[in-house]
Design a protein around this ligand. Structure first.
Ligand code: GAR
Length: 210
C-alpha cells in the first residue's frame, strides 16, 4: 500500500476522484494528507469528509518561493509519502522542490501538452479554433508543464462552446485518467527516467500511453 500526499489550491474534484479510487480499492494506496496553500479551498472539506488530514500552508508570510517550498517539503515529508500528487495546486515550484521529489511527483494539466502550457488553457484552445482539446497527466520536472507525459485524454470542442463548457468536459476526463495513472504508480508499473516516462518498462511517447 503506497502513501500519497495530495496538494491542492481549490475545489479538489481531482482529489475526490483519487480518494474515491483509493477507497474502492482501484488505487492500491492511501491518501495520508491533503495540503492546500489556500485556507478556503473546498478540497480541504473533501479531505475531512474522507477522514484524511487536511492541512493549510499559506504562501503568504514567506519572503520568497525558496522559503515557502522548503517549508512545504518539511510538511509533506512528515507524512513520508511514496507519491506526491499535484491536483490543481496553482503554484510554480522551485527547482529544489522538484528535484527533491523527482520520480514521485505527478501533475495534471488541462491541455494536450505540449500545447497550452500555463493558464487559461480552455479559452486559448477555443480562440485558436481547435476542434480538439484535453488533459495530460505528467511527471513534474523543473520545466513548467514540461515533464514527461504519462497519459492524455481528448475531448471535442464544438463551435458554440465557451470555456466553461469545455472545462466541464475536460474535468470529466481528468477524473478518469488521474486515478488510473496514480494506480499505475502505486502498482509500481510507472517510472520516470530523466525526461522519459516508462510504463511496464516501456518508454512512453511524447504524448504518453496510447
Ligand atoms: C484541473 O482542471 C487541473 O487540470 C488544473 O486545475 C484544475 C483543478 O481542479 N490544473 C492546472 O491548471 C495546473 N496548472 P480541481 O481542484 O477540481 O481538481
Amino acid at each position: 500500500m503506497k502513501s500519497i500526499v495530495v496538494l491542492i489550491s481549490g475545489s479538489g474534484s481531482n482529489l475526490q476522484a483519487i480518494l474515491d479510487a483509493c477507497s474502492a480499492g482501484f488505487i492500491p494506496g492511501q491518501v495520508k494528507a491533503v495540503i492546500s496553500n489556500k485556507a478556503a479551498a473546498f478540497g480541504l472539506k473533501r479531505a475531512e469528509t474522507a477522514g484524511v488530514a487536511a492541512q493549510v500552508l499559506s504562501h503568504k508570510g514567506y519572503d520568497n518561493r525558496e522559503d515557502y517550498d522548503a517549508a512545504l517539503v518539511q510538511l509533506i515529508d512528515s507524512h513520508q509519502p511514496d507519491l506526491v500528487v499535484l491536483a490543481g495546486f496553482m503554484r510554480i515550484l522551485t527547482p529544489a522542490f522538484v528535484a527533491h521529489y523527482q520520480g514521485r511527483l505527478l501533475n495534471i494539466h488541462p491541455s494536450l501538452l505540449p500545447k497550452y502550457q500555463g493558464l487559461n488553457t480552455h479559452q486559448r484552445a477555443i480562440e485558436a479554433g481547435d476542434s480538439e482539446h484535453g488533459c495530460s497527466v505528467h511527471f513534474v520536472t523543473a520545466e513548467l508543464d514540461g515533464g514527461p507525459v504519462v497519459l492524455q485524454a481528448k475531448v471535442p470542442i464544438f463551435p458554440e462552446d465557451d470555456a466553461e463548457l469545455v472545462a466541464a468536459r475536460v474535468h470529466e476526463q481528468e477524473h478518469r485518467i488521474y486515478p488510473l495513472v496514480v494506480r499505475w504508480f502505486c502498482q509500481q508499473r510507472l517510472q520516470q527516467s530523466a525526461d522519459q516516462a516508462l510504463l511496464d518498462g516501456q518508454v512512453l511517447s511524447e504524448y504518453g500511453y496510447a
